[in-house]
Ligand binder design. Structure first.
Ligand code: PEP
Ligand code: MN
Length: 344
């Protein structure tokens, strides 16, 4: 339920409401707006009696049920966009960021090269999987800990924060030591134990949509992270399975406006995995930005033809530069801000 405080309420009244929420076994979520202060009381379906109880407390204007099954993710509980800040840029609330880099960390040389040029062309974050979830157990599985160390070195050199995937709850601590953002891949998007573990790790989470998940299910996955006290979640639409076989997945561009009408969390687009082929990555990225995405996560490799995973979809450096240039113009035309390139 959502508790709306009266205009001119006293701070002690607010604190008493929060204490009462905890006392009845709910989790309070405070949202102080310019006009109104809201306190979400998050827990299992409140009874009419409980709502009545809160309605009677001093300083309370109204108590309303939260209509959506996702509570902390909803615009009802937080009616303004979440803006996540990194040393290199911001995402959400009109700020757009780009994370770019190879699908997988394959070597020191490959990763450092990619890190240098994505930074030079204006990316704000370096991506790269150290642990790779592969359809085949015989395919390249990533360099593991060695890959994390290479990412850490790339960060030291370029200053770009790192986003990298974590595959299981027992890896969370290790990956969180090196990563600035923990990526949950499409194949793990409903791994609830993993979602809870990253919810407790204290690092922002980049959550991909599962390839056969509805948008409601997607937000319920985000809710697993939020309900562990971690409100820093980025949602990524990366394509879903449909009957179409021309592309690797069908990019659901509509997910962007729909999610943004339901949630305050930043919504990004991954144009690489739905395209499956590098020729189609730039148009899909631009479509996502035009639909209102707060960021992009894009695959690019110094020598894509030699990539050990997702070779066909990784952009060459020149193509990545072209994408950044076009993204910059599009974002400006939409009166949004692409965080400035990182210098130095
Ligand atoms: C990736 O980002 O390389 C990846 C494996 O993505 P997804 O989980 O969206 O397939
Ligand atoms: Mn990939």
């Amino acid at each position: 339920m959502l508790i709306v405080m009266k205009r001119g309420y006293m701070e002690e009244e607010l604190q008493a409401v929060i204490r009462e929420i905890e006392k009845v076994g709910y989790r309070p979520h405070l949202s102080r707006g310019v006009e109104t202060t809201l306190v979400g009381a998050i827990g299992r379906g409140p009874t009419p009696e409980l709502m009545e109880h809160f309605r009677a407390l001093p300083g309370v204007a109204e108590v309303i049920p939260i209509s959506k099954p996702w509570k902390l993710a909803s615009l009802e509980v937080q009616p303004f966009p979440t803006v996540l800040e990194f040393p290199t840029g911001k995402t959400g609330g009109g700020h757009v960021m780009v994370a770019a880099g190879p699908c997988g960390v394959e070597s020191r040389d490959q990763t450092l090269k990619a890190a240098r040029y994505v930074k030079a062309h204006g990316a704000h974050m370096l991506r790269g999987g150290a642990f790779k979830p592969r359809t085949s157990p015989y395919a390249f599985q990533g360099l593991g800990v060695e890959g994390l160390k290479i990412l850490a070195e790339a960060k030291r050199e370029t200053g770009l924060p790192i986003v990298t995937e974590v595959l299981s709850p027992d890896q969370v601590e290790l990956v969180a030591e090196h990563a600035d953002v923990l990526q949950i891949g499409a194949r793990n998007a409903q791994n609830f134990a993993l979602l809870q573990a990253v919810g407790e790790a204290g690092k922002p989470v980049l959550l991909k949509r599962g390839m056969s998940m509805t948008l409601e299910e997607f937000l319920m996955s985000a809710e697993y992270v939020l309900s562990r006290g971690n409100m820093r979640v980025i949602l990524v639409e990366r394509g879903i399975r449909t009957f179409e076989k021309a592309t690797r997945f069908t990019l659901d561009v509509a997910a962007v406006p729909v999610l943004k009408s339901w949630t305050h969390l930043p919504v990004w687009i991954d144009p690489s995995h739905p395209a499956g082929k590098r020729d189609w990555v730039i148009p899909l990225a631009l479509a996502g930005l035009a639909a209102g995405a707060d960021g992009l996560i894009v695959e690019t490799h110094p020598e894509p033809e030699k990539a050990l995973s997702d070779a066909a979809q990784q952009l060459h450096e020149e193509e990545f530069a072209e994408l950044m240039e076009k993204a910059r113009r599009l974002v400006a035309a939409l009166d949004r801000t692409l965080s400035a390139p990182v210098l130095g």
